[in-house]
Design a protein around this ligand. Structure first.
Ligand code: NAD
Length: 507
C-alpha cells in the first residue's frame, strides 16, 4: 500500500487530493492534523481551492458516460477486488485511523469490518439493480421498471468514522453507475485517501472516484456545482440541516444524517450484569465519539437506578484510558484539544446544574499531553440540564431516573434527536411495547448499539436525519438511482390502427 502522504519531502507532510487517479496538493491553505494521543502535529491536510473542486467534479463528469455504460457485473467485480484489497491492508488502515482519530486499534479494525460489509453488499449490484417486468399490461403491451444512475454524486463525511462512513456511501453509489466526489473530515483524512487509492488498484477507471480535502468552502463549492446531482452528508446536526437546505435549494437529492442523544432503558427485570457490560462498551467505546453511543441511561424504578449506578461506577473506575496503539486500553483520547475542552466544559456544567457526578474523569485532561478525558458518570440528571439536552460526544454517561416504562418512553420521545435507543429487559411484552411506541429510527432489545447490518439501512428520526431515505443498504440503491418505467408495444406490421381519444385503459 502506498503512503498516504502526498509530499514526504516536506518537514510536515501534506495529505492531498485524489483526482482522476492522481494525487496532488494545490497551492491553497492547509490545516494541521494532530495525533490526539500526544498532541503532536503529524501532518497537514491541503484545503481544496475552488479550482480543485471544479477539477474533481469535471473528472467525475468526464468519467461518467463510459462508467454508466459498464455492466453491473463488471462494476461488482471491481468491488470484489476492492474488498480483498481493503482486507489485506486492514492493519495499515487501522494504524492510520488510530494515529489521526485516537480510537483504540481494535475499534479501528471494527469500523473497517463494518465498512467492508458495505462493499460486500455492493458486490450484489446485478441483483440489486434488477427492475420489475410485466407482460401484457394491456393487450400486446409490456411494461418494466429500471433504475438508472443519477450522474455525479458527492459525499461529505465526519471525523468519528473515517473509514466506515465513506464506505456507507461510495461502494453502492459506484455500482449503481454513478461517479463520486468524496470530501472526508479534515481532522483525519488519511485513511480515506489510502482506501481511495485501493479503488484504482482494484481496476476502477480514473475519474470514477475522486477525493478532495477541505472544509466548509469545499462543501459549499460541491453543493453549488450544477453537475453534482446528489449529496450524502454525515456530521453534526447544525451542519446537516444547513447542507440539506442548501443542496435542496440547489435542486439536488440530499440525505443529511446528524447528531444524536441515544437512550438505553433499564427495566427492573433486566439482567443487570449483562446490561452493565453492554453499557460500558456502548457509552465509553471510541471515547463516546459515536453517533450511536449510549449517552443516557433511563432506569425504571429507584431500586434499579441505585443498583445500576453502583455496578456501573465500579466498572467505570476500572476502565483503562491511554493511547489507542497500546493494547489493554479500553478508550483512547478525544479527537482534538478544543473538543476535549468542550467535553470538560460539559462535565463542569453538569456539576453546576446539580447532577450527581459519581465518577469524575476530568483530572486526566490536565495530567496528560494528549486530548484525554477519563470516563465520567452522572446520576440524577434531569431533562432541563444541558448535559441531557445536548450531544456531548465524549466519555460521559448520564443516568436519568424514571418511575415507569411509559415515563421513559415519553422522555425519549420528547428529545429532539432520534438516532438509536435500546431497552434491557426479560419481558417480551415490554420490549414490544417499547419498540412500537418509541420515536427513534434504530431500536435494540438487549442490544446496546443497534447499528443495522449492511443489508438494512441506517438512519435516525427527528433532527438526526434530514431527508427521506436512510443511508446504505436498500435505501441507498433508491437514493443513488432514479426509477424509470418503460411501456412498449409493437403493432403488427401492415395493420393500420384507428386513433383513440379516450384515455387508454388496461384492456
Ligand atoms: P462536523 O459536522 O464537524 O463535520 C462533518 C463534515 O462536515 C466534515 O467533512 C466537515 O469538514 C464538514 N463541515 C463542517 N462544518 C461545515 C459547514 N459549516 N458547512 C459545510 N460542511 C461543514 O462533524 P464531526 O465532528 O466531524 O462528526 C461528529 C458529528 O457527526 C456528531 O454530531 C455525530 O453525532 C455526527 N455523526 C452522525 C452520524 C449519523 O449517522 N447520524 C454518524 C457519524 C457521526
Amino acid at each position: 500500500m502506498a503512503d498516504p502522504l502526498a509530499n514526504k519531502s516536506q518537514a510536515t507532510p501534506i495529505v492531498g487530493h485524489l483526482i482522476g487517479g492522481d494525487r496532488f496538493v494545490d497551492a491553497g491553505d492547509s490545516a494541521p492534523i494532530f495525533n490526539p494521543a500526544t498532541g503532536e502535529e503529524t501532518r497537514r491536510v491541503a484545503f481544496a481551492e475552488a479550482a480543485t473542486v471544479e477539477r474533481a467534479v469535471s473528472a467525475a463528469a468526464d468519467a461518467l458516460p463510459a462508467w454508466r455504460a459498464t455492466t453491473p457485473l463488471a462494476r461488482a467485480r471491481i468491488m470484489f477486488r476492492f474488498k480483498d484489497l481493503v482486507e489485506r491492508n486492514a492493519d495499515a488502515i487501522a494504524a492510520v485511523v488510530t494515529e489521526e482519530h485516537g480510537k483504540v486499534l481494535d475499534d479501528a479494525h471494527g469500523e473497517i469490518k463494518r465498512g467492508i460489509e458495505n462493499i460486500e453488499y455492493a458486490c450484489g449490484a446485478p441483483e440489486l439493480l434488477k427492475g420489475e417486468h410485466s407482460r401484457n399490461v394491456g393487450t400486446g403491451v409490456d411494461s418494466w421498471s429500471e433504475r438508472q444512475s443519477l450522474g455525479v454524486v458527492a459525499g461529505i463525511t465526519p471525523s468519528n468514522f473515517p473509514v466506515m462512513v465513506p464506505l456507507w456511501m461510495y461502494p453502492i453509489a459506484l455500482v449503481c453507475g454513478n461517479t463520486f466526489v468524496l470530501k472526508p473530515s479534515e481532522r483525519d483524512p488519511s485513511a480515506a485517501v489510502l482506501i481511495g487509492e485501493l479503488l484504482s488498484d482494484a481496476g476502477l477507471p480514473n475519474g470514477v472516484f475522486n477525493l478532495i480535502n477541505g472544509d466548509k468552502s469545499a462543501v459549499d463549492a460541491l453543493i453549488a456545482d450544477d453537475r453534482v446531482q446528489a449529496v450524502s452528508f454525515v456530521g453534526s446536526t447544525g451542519v446537516a440541516q444547513a447542507v440539506h437546505q442548501g443542496a435542496s435549494r440547489a435542486g439536488k437529492r440530499v440525505q443529511a444524517l446528524g447528531s444524536a442523544k441515544n437512550h438505553a432503558v433499564v427495566m427492573p427485570d433486566a439482567d443487570l450484569d449483562n446490561a452493565v457490560s453492554a453499557l460500558l462498551g456502548a457509552a465509553y467505546g471510541s471515547c463516546g465519539e459515536r453517533c450511536m453511543a449510549i449517552s443516557v441511561v433511563v432506569t425504571v424504578g429507584d431500586e434499579t437506578g441505585d443498583a445500576l449506578v453502583a455496578a456501573l461506577a465500579e466498572r467505570v473506575r476500572g476502565l483503562n484510558v491511554g493511547a489507542g496503539t497500546e493494547s489493554g486500553n479500553d478508550l483512547g483520547p478525544l479527537i482534538t484539544e478544543p473538543h476535549r475542552d468542550r467535553v470538560v466544559g460539559f462535565i463542569d456544567d453538569g456539576v453546576d446544574a446539580g447532577a450527581d457526578l459519581v465518577v469524575d474523569g476530568r483530572s486526566l485532561a490536565t495530567d496528560r499531553d494528549g486530548y484525554f478525558v477519563g470516563p465520567s458518570l452522572f446520576d440524577r440528571v434531569s431533562p432541563e440540564m444541558r448535559i441531557y439536552k445536548e450531544e456531548i460526544f465524549g466519555p460521559v454517561l448520564c443516568v436519568v431516573r424514571a418511575d415507569s416504562l411509559d415515563a421513559a418512553i415519553e422522555l425519549i420521545n420528547a428529545h429532539e434527536y432520534g438516532n438509536g435507543t435500546c431497552i434491557f429487559t426479560r419481558d417480551g411484552a415490554a420490549a414490544r411495547a417499547f419498540s412500537d411506541a418509541i420515536q427513534i429510527g434504530m431500536v435494540g432489545v438487549n442490544v446496546p448499539l443497534p447499528v443495522p447490518v449492511a443489508y438494512y439501512s441506517f438512519g435516525g428520526w427527528k433532527r438526526s436525519l434530514f431527508g427521506d431515505l436512510h443511508i446504505y443498504g436498500p435505501d441507498a440503491v433508491r437514493f443513488y438511482t432514479r426509477q424509470k418505467v418503460i411501456t412498449q408495444r409493437w403493432p403488427s406490421s401492415g395493420v393500420i390502427e384507428k386513433a383513440k381519444f379516450a384515455f387508454p385503459g388496461s384492456d
